[in-house]
Design a protein around this ligand. Structure first.
Ligand SMILES: Nc1nc2c(c(=O)[nH]1)N[C@@H](CN(C=O)c1ccc(C(=O)N[C@@H](CCC(=O)O)C(=O)O)cc1)CN2
Length: 284
């Protein structure tokens, strides 16, 4: 078997095309959605991701507001930028690019954001709303993964899903989305404390690998016919992306997301969805 591709690039392009129409309709009502980004430091990966987010904004007609601070920025300097974006009427939604440099209290920064402008769905109020089943912007990568599966017709309802990783942007919120009544999946969350990862992976209909550990998921661990989403990013000595999923998994799985070209573009598309939905809410 050779797996079919969960094509994030093409799916994100379709989402952006739909958003272009919605943004134009908002502009006719006098609303221009504006995405703000706060980038602290000079991590090349973060710089690339933020640049991609602003490229996407330009494509669909969303205004861009960029704030950059040096790696030496203090907690107070970062918080001042967050306060400024909270007050800026041109900024209808924004994100703080993670991770922040060592020594910065990330949670304090996220808590300071106006939850109504939280385009990432990572403010504690919005994560709480997700737990309580209340409307909230959804975290971009988990929601991007669900959209990718749905648009390719992969059955989520009743599926045994293994999520590998417990980070704030993916691993923690992913099971919250998957276990809503609308998805009805059964989820096992694995992490560095899991004794026998392989035994869990072998049971999974869907594997979401977000550990950041190169080629962690191997072909012998995957049930034939499973859908495998590769979210992890490690870098080779040449700077190339190495995912969490071994390339030979494609010989066993029915569906696989490429990396790059799978979940990354979907993360960016869902961010734009959150920005546009917030602007639409503001006009009723
Ligand atoms: N505030 C946030 N910070 C971070 C998030 C997040 O959702 N919100 N997630 C990740 C990084 N991330 C989003 O910011 C992100 C990762 C990857 C991509 C992407 O388009 N990747 C491309 C490859 C790009 C490359 O060549 O390096 C792909 O997969 O095709 C976009 C966004 C951590 N921080």
């Amino acid at each position: 078997m050779t797996a079919q591709i969960l094509d994030g690039k093409a799916t994100a392009a379709a989402i952006k095309s739909d958003l272009t129409v919605r943004v134009a309709a908002l502009k006719e009502k006098g609303i221009t959605p504006g995405l703000g980004t706060v980038l602290v430091g000079d991590d090349p990966g973060s710089q690339k991701y933020v640049a991609g987010k602003h490229r996407d904004c330009a494509q669909v007609g969303i205004a861009s507001i960029q704030r950059e601070l040096p790696a030496t920025a203090t907690q107070e300097e970062i918080e001042a930028v967050v306060r400024e974006l909270n007050e800026d009427p041109a900024c209808t939604g924004y994100i703080v690019q993670l991770p922040l440099p060592r020594g910065i209290d990330e949670n304090r920064v996220l808590e300071l954001m106006d939850p109504d402008k939280d385009a990432d769905g990572l403010h504690p109020m919005n994560l709480g709303r997700l737990v309580l089943n209340e409307p909230a912007p959804l975290p971009c990568t988990p929601n991007g993964i669900l959209t990718l599966l749905r648009r390719h017709g992969v059955e989520i309802k009743g599926a045994e899903v293994v999520v590998v990783g417990r980070g704030v942007t993916i691993g923690r919120p992913m099971p919250l989305l998957l276990t809503r009544r609308s998805e009805n999946a059964t989820v096992t969350q694995c992490h560095t404390g899991t004794r026998d990862l392989s035994s869990h992976l072998k049971q999974a209909d869907i594997i979401i690998a977000a550990a950041g550990s190169a080629h962690l998921v191997r072909p012998e661990d995957v049930k034939p016919g499973a859908a495998v989403l590769d979210v992890g990013v490690s870098r080779s000595a040449e700077g190339k992306i190495v995912g969490d999923v071994h390339p030979e998994v494609a010989e066993v799985a029915a569906w696989i997301s490429p990396n790059p070209g799978g979940v990354g573009p979907m993360t960016r598309a869902q961010l734009l969805v959150n920005v546009v939905e917030a602007a639409e809410r503001s006009v009723g």
